[in-house]
Every structure is written in C-alpha cells, then in structure tokens.
Design a protein around this ligand. Sequence first.
Ligand code: NAG
Ligand code: NAG
Ligand code: NAG
Ligand code: NAG
Ligand code: NAG
Ligand code: NAG
Ligand code: NAG
Ligand code: NAG
Ligand code: NAG
Ligand code: NAG
Ligand code: NAG
Length: 821
Amino acid sequence: MLLAPNLLDQVNSEMVLSKPSALVALVSLSITNSLAWNHDDYLHSPTADEIPHPSADGRGWEEAFGLASDFVSELTLGEKVLMVSGVHGPCVGNIAPIPRLNFTGLCIQNGPLGLEQGSYSSVFPAGVSIAASWDKDVAYERGSQMAAEFKAKGAHVLLGPVAGPLGRSPLGGRNFEGFSPDPYLTGELFTQTIEGIQDGGVQACAKHFIGNEQETQRQPSENEDGTKIDSVSSNIDDRTMHELYLWPFQQAVRAGVGSVMCSYNRLNQTYGCQNSKALNGILKIDFGFQGYVMSDWGATHSGVTAVNSGEDMDMPGTPDYPLFFHQNLTNAVNNGSVSSDRLDDMLRRVMAPYFHLKQDQDFPPIDPSMKELNSVLFSTPDEYEGQFNYTFGAEPNIDVRGNHGASIRRSAAEATVLLKNKHGALPLKDPKRVAVFGNDAGDFTNGMSVWWFNGVGNYEYGVMATGGGSGSGLFSYAVSPLDAIKLRVGYTKDALVQYVLNNTAILEEDSPYLKALVPWSSDVCLVFLKSWATESEDRTTLASDWNGDEVVEKIASTCANTVVVLHSAGVNTMPWADHPNVTAILAAHLPGQEAGNSIVDVLWGDVNPSGRLPYTIAKNEWDYDFAPITNSTELLKTNDPTAWQSDFKEGALIDYRHFNHYNKSVQYEFGYGLSYTTFNMSRKLTITPLSTNGTISPFPPSAPIAPGGNPSLWDTLYEIQATVQNTGEVAGAAVPQLYLTLPPHENQGEYVEATNILRGFEKVRLDPGGSKTVTFALNRRDLSHWDVINQEWTIPQGEVKASVGFSSRDLRARGTFTVIP
Ligand SMILES: *[C@@H]1O[C@H](CO)[C@@H](O)[C@H](O)[C@H]1NC(C)=O
Ligand SMILES: *[C@@H]1O[C@H](CO)[C@@H](O)[C@H](O)[C@H]1NC(C)=O
Ligand SMILES: *[C@@H]1O[C@H](CO)[C@@H](O)[C@H](O)[C@H]1NC(C)=O
Ligand SMILES: *[C@@H]1O[C@H](CO)[C@@H](O)[C@H](O)[C@H]1NC(C)=O
Ligand SMILES: *[C@@H]1O[C@H](CO)[C@@H](O)[C@H](O)[C@H]1NC(C)=O
Ligand SMILES: *[C@@H]1O[C@H](CO)[C@@H](O)[C@H](O)[C@H]1NC(C)=O
Ligand SMILES: *[C@@H]1O[C@H](CO)[C@@H](O)[C@H](O)[C@H]1NC(C)=O
Ligand SMILES: *[C@@H]1O[C@H](CO)[C@@H](O)[C@H](O)[C@H]1NC(C)=O
Ligand SMILES: *[C@@H]1O[C@H](CO)[C@@H](O)[C@H](O)[C@H]1NC(C)=O
Ligand SMILES: *[C@@H]1O[C@H](CO)[C@@H](O)[C@H](O)[C@H]1NC(C)=O
Ligand SMILES: *[C@@H]1O[C@H](CO)[C@@H](O)[C@H](O)[C@H]1NC(C)=O
C-alpha cells in the first residue's frame, strides 16, 4: 500500500474493453514466446453477471461462523456499512468499534517483516531472507514471533505474508517482501508463515491477489491533459495462473488464512479488486475461501461492481481516498444494486476469522504509542477522537520484543548463502588485520526508519537490513557489520580494524584513503555491497547500488583475499564473481535488526551458513529479458487509457525454468549454496506409492469443495526417500531438493512444459559423518498439471522423472515412476 499521488475517479468499465493501442508493441520485447500469444484473448475478464458472488457458509470454521452470524444479526445497516468501509484510527487500517456490542474494532497493521509502526518491536528478516533459508521451521517461528508482537500491541491483522509478486522479473520492487519465483518454495514458506501468525492469535492477510508482478504503473496515472491512464494489466493465461501465481494462494486458503488482499493491477483489463473471475470464481468458488477480501490501499475503483465481484472490505476508507463504500454502499443496498444478503455475507466473512482466532476474548488493547506513529502517515488523533472510541492500553511503548533478537540473529545467519569459498577463505581464521570497505558496512545516518518516517529511500550510508515501503520496519536498534566486526576482532595487541565506508572515496583515482590503509597487507578485505528495493517502484538495475561492482574490482586489484558480502533485496549480477582475488561471496539479503551480528557469526564460523539461492543469478542482466517490466518513455506519455499491457508470454518459463529450458549457463543456479562442510547423497531413491486402492484416477474424485479446493488434492500419493550424509569435518545443514519432470499434458496445446520443477525440500542438520534419510511427500496437486479444458488438476499419463540433489543443477539421485499408466 502507499498513498497514491493520483487518486482518480471511478473506472469506466466500458473503457477497459477497448482495444489497446499499438504502443504496446514497443514494450513487448518479445524475446522468445513459449505460448502462442493472441492479445485478443486477454481483453475480457468475466464479470459478476457471468460469475456471481458465492456466500460463505463457514466451512472449516463452523463454530466461529455461527458466532459471526449471530453478531451480524445484531448490527444496524449503518454499522454494517461502517464495518466494511474503514475509518480513521490509530492503525494503518481501522475498522470502527461498536461499543454497543462490545466490539472494540479491528486494528490492521503493516507488515510482512514485523510491526512497521511499532516502538520497541522487532525488525525481522525480510521474506527473501526466509526464502533463502529454505527452512519451514524458520518461517513458522518468524510468523509466530511477529504475531506475539502484533497481539501485544493490540493489532488484530498483520498485512502479510506476500506471495504476489511471486518474482516474475527480478527487478520487481516488492519481490523482497515475498519469497521466491518458484511457487513450490513460496507456497511452503508462505503457508508456514500464515500458520505461525494465526496460531499466535493474529489474522494473516495473504497478499497481493493477483498478478501484481510490477510496481511501475501499479496505480492509475493522469497524463498532461488530465486523461486517466489505467493501471498496468497483467495478462496471464489460465494454466500459468494456476501453476505459478495462484499456487501459493491456494495453499494459504487451505491453511485457513483470514483475509486476502486484492491488488492494484488489472487482470485481463479488469482491476484486481473488481475482478469477478479472480475473486468470485477462483478464490471463493474454486478455492472455497471463507474469509474476506480486503482492498490494497486505494485499489478500489468502484462500489457496486467491486462488492458484487468479491471485494469485502475497502481500505483505508478515509476521505483522502475516493469513498466507494460508506454512504455510497448504503445507497447501493437501499436501491438494491447490492443485496442485503451480500452485505451480510461481507460482514460474516470479516467476523468469522475474528471469532475463530478468539480475538473476542481478552485481546490486548492498542498501544497508545500507535497514535503518534500513525500520525506520521495516515491519521492524526483529531481525525478520530470523540468519533470512535478505540480501546487503548494504559502504558504507551510497551516492549514486545521478548527474546526475538536471538532468533533473528540465528535465522538470518543460517539463511546467508555462501556462493563462493576458495582456498578455505571462510570461516576466517582469527585474522588480526581486517580491512572493511563499502557504504553498507556502517550505521544508518538518517534515523531508524529507511522509509515511512523519514522518507529516506535508497540511502547512501548504512547497512541495508530491510527494503522500503509497507514491507519496511522501524528499528528499535540495528547492529551494523562494522560494529560487530570491531567487537569480534577486539581491541587487543596487534589487532587492526580499518575501514573506508565512502564508495566515492574508494573509487577516487589514486585514492589517498586506500593508500592510508594499505589493504594489501590486510589478512582479509571485507567488502559490503547493497541493493535497495521498495514498494511503488521497480529496480532499474541488478547491479549493486552505489557503484558496488567497481568497489569490488578496485579492492580485489590489490587485496588477494577479498570477501564480498551483499545485503540486497534480491538478484544481483556479479561480474567479478570469478575474479581470482575474490575468495568468498556471501548473499546475506535483508537480515533485519541483527544484520552485523548475523554476518559476523558466519564470517568467523560460529554459524555454518545453510542458505540456498531462492532464485537464479544469471551471467548478465539481459538474460532476464524474457519477462520484462512493462515500461517505456512512450507509455509514460501515452494518451491511451488502456495502453499499459503486461503480457505474460513466457508462461511457466520464469527463473530457473527458463534457464533450464534454453540450456543457458548461469552464474549461480536456483537452489545453490555452499557450506563449511561437504555433503553427499546416495544415488538410490526409494519411491513408494501410498495409494492402497491400486489405481489412481487422473482427476481428483469429485467431492465438496473445502478451503483449498477439492480435499483430495492434498492426499499424499507417493513418498520419495533419499539419504544424505555429512562428509566433512564440521556440523552443518544440507538442503536436499526434489525436482520432478511430469509427462506432458495431453491438452497442452502450444504450452511449453517446464522440466525439473521443485516439488520438495528439507533442511537436514547433520554432524560430521552423520547421515539421514529424508522423505518427500507428493500430493495429488504436486503430480498434476492444470487442465484448462476441464478446469481441474489432472495427473498426466506416463513416466514421471524424479531427481534429488543439492541444487537445480546438481542432481545426484534419480528414479522414475508411473502414476497413471
Ligand atoms: C485471462 O485471459 C486468459 C485467456 O483468455 C484466460 O485463460 C484467463 O483465465 C483470464 N483470466 C482472468 C482473470 O480473466
Ligand atoms: C458486554 O460486556 C459486558 C461486560 O462484560 C457484558 O455484561 C455484556 O453482556 C456484553 N454485551 C454484549 C452485547 O455482549
Ligand atoms: C459517492 O456518492 C456521492 C453522491 O452521493 C458522490 O458525490 C461521490 O463522488 C461518490 N463517491 C465515489 C468515490 O464515487
Ligand atoms: C444505486 O446506488 C449506487 C450507489 O450510490 C449507484 O452507484 C447506483 O447507480 C444506484 N443504482 C440504481 C439502480 O439506482
Ligand atoms: C465515546 O465515549 C464517550 C465517553 O464515554 C461517549 O460520550 C461517546 O458517546 C462515545 N462515542 C461513541 C461513538 O461511542
Ligand atoms: C564521500 O567521498 C566523496 C569523495 O571524496 C566526498 O565528496 C563526499 O563528501 C564524501 N561523503 C561523505 C558523507 O563524507
Ligand atoms: C590480486 O592481488 C594481488 C595483490 O596481492 C595483486 O598483485 C594482483 O594483481 C591481484 N590480481 C588481480 C587479477 O587483480
Ligand atoms: C521506466 O521508463 C522511464 C523512461 O524510459 C525510466 O526513466 C524509468 O527509470 C523506467 N522505470 C523502471 C523501473 O525501469
Ligand atoms: C537443451 O539440451 C537438451 C539436451 O542436450 C536438448 O535436448 C534440448 O533440445 C536443448 N534445448 C534447447 C532449447 O536448446
Ligand atoms: C558420493 O556418493 C556416491 C554415490 O554413493 C559415491 O559414488 C561417491 O564416491 C561419493 N563421493 C564422496 C566424495 O564420498
Ligand atoms: C480409495 O478408494 C476409496 C473408496 O473408493 C476412496 O474414497 C478414496 O478416495 C481412494 N483413495 C485414493 C487415494 O484414490
């Protein structure tokens, strides 16, 4: 969410059906199309007349649904409308209290890596760091610790986690908030996070639904003559939609997620928050979602149309945004264009998760400090005091951090990805002369929030421990790498920690700053690079910011033991990766408040890193041009309201699926990462069918839809086992990964099937010499393609190839099996 600069009036739904201009062709770089693409297929998305709204019936949380129904039956029309419309208050999003019914309202807060507007709260590692951990327990633990902090501050809803963007383009500005461009990896970690949050009594909000793969033109704009130009339209075929972008959301619904946030972008020309196909059809009918759809901030573009297409709650509903709900919703119910049944359904959907998570029982009051913190961005107390009686605690600024710092330090250290380690450069062997370089190594110079509170943006000095936007954090403290290094080396005889943190100064010709340091006599040169990303803009380069590549080249030209650490929102190109003096490379992503301690733990070997890349690092930035961010000078000047079209022509072939399909060499592949120990794997896989019936039907047996869809999609049909051993000298964690190549789908048409797709992973901790057999469970969906004709998951006929290895390109054990002969 973000305050939109150009808040525009209601979308003319006729307008969006007109043919996009020829300008579109200028932006479609059209590298290699894996789909036969006909743009005319993407000019219409079914409306609410075609796919009417289904009412929730509380499947999966029956008791709570009963309580919700009773509650709703007590409400007046005015109260009902108020409760789905949003009002000013102390939180980022606020649902007004109804004191008559002892309902204290809903406090909705950012965001996916911690309480963004929270004093004395923790800044956890970002989603991309959790993705790099490949550790389901870490994802769950972070979710539950975040929930503990939100609840203690009185926040009912956590706006996260994120699986949209999935990460179609590595330049996507919000990718870091989510996990990985691989839907399986994201699906597992997204779901674990949701379970961690909701087991802690806080509602998760799975966002952004769906196709929100770029920030550029995510909201409508206005051109010079005042013409309203619509948001970008993500044009995605049905199969890719199910197999990639929807995949994690389907699991989230199964896990009982309380709410889903509809997205800013359009889908096949229709806005995400009024897209009946996506909200009514896929989310609520096919997936059986029983909770509520909340708009992204300012993503609502109509009243009646949005409500009938599946939006249940408008956010933030304050007058600085167009108010499509509030009085207009009352009018719509009174004149029958929104049925009172539908309004009641919206309310039951909002209240069922509240009762299911027992938020009606002893939920802590709102920390009064939130009033001041929220004043910076959204509402000041005079905008709501006297009007709505929120319940505040007696003491402001309660400390909710507990011992979470210790988990943050450990999980961020473990999630660090060791990409290169020559001549045993790491772990460091008690070096006495340590030189530190780069503007990422020191403290922040502009305060404790890198975004909302002081609007810093891509700040030049200071460690990059989070990204910007609503996925950012307000630090109660932050440990910089330099601080932690100084402490670790100690102020003892012969010890030397010297540093130059100004990249411009380092890069000066004949730099006097470097001369004074004599880096060539250092035992080790530690170079810290960073790469910023934020909501509301996409990255413009995959190179490290602030001339990081030049800094590495310069230091490595004189220092034979150069170790590079990257704090980054995601993919970076590394033209210096094979430089002989670059002895080690660590991708530390966005580790949160313990950044310095976490990296020192890895550098000095207190923690053996076990992160793996959750994406591919290609050789060149242009290697990713198969899925470009839609953007151009022409588009930015267009007079055509529908000009912004993002055609997902690459279909399923994003990230490693693309590089594998085209046999392209890469710098470091998906799933790759080293350890301070070594691992091996037996060549044999044990493949066991679990079906006791002998035969398995290609389609799931028909059954009533439960949250998550047909329940038999989740039946485990096969188990695959592989044995991993630690063949090195120290304890460490391996990440064996299962990849499958399914037989092609008989209805595939022009669709290009991806091969060797991830369908299992485990983090396995092993002592030296230790070995362990890992079991990967394959459910029906894991073994299926999405069949667009039958609108169902279907298991293809023929031989499935299974491989288990240590990365997507290091497959050690292989086997085959046939589910449907
Ligand atoms: C978009 O159009 C494609 C092609 O017609 C179709 O497969 C897909 O289901 C549509 N999606 C939506 C959300 O309308
Ligand atoms: C509200 O809470 C009070 C005090 O616990 C209780 O007496 C009253 O019955 C409650 N009212 C409703 C409508 O639940
Ligand atoms: C709501 O309705 C009023 C008229 O009752 C109108 O002036 C206003 O613009 C409407 N709000 C929006 C966002 O359309
Ligand atoms: C009913 O009210 C809504 C909201 O004011 C308005 O948009 C719609 O056009 C009205 N419909 C009719 C049939 O009057
Ligand atoms: C808020 O509380 C005050 C004091 O108890 C009361 O006078 C007022 O009516 C309440 N306002 C609402 C909207 O409930
Ligand atoms: C960084 O170094 C450059 C070049 O020497 C200098 O112009 C700039 O003022 C320095 N920045 C800071 C913050 O010292
Ligand atoms: C590596 O570092 C040494 C100094 O130790 C330097 O002489 C050499 O030129 C460097 N190599 C490269 C390729 O820059
Ligand atoms: C979009 O295009 C404009 C004009 O070419 C450019 O200035 C801007 O940096 C681009 N944005 C991104 C995210 O690439
Ligand atoms: C990739 O390599 C495989 C095996 O060598 C080959 O069968 C396939 O045709 C190649 N694919 C492309 C797109 O070149
Ligand atoms: C790894 O395991 C394979 C298969 O059992 C075996 O052939 C190979 O020798 C082992 N390698 C090492 C370094 O132990
Ligand atoms: C096995 O058969 C029973 C009874 O026909 C059926 O309910 C069940 O879904 C089947 N299980 C599988 C895994 O196909």
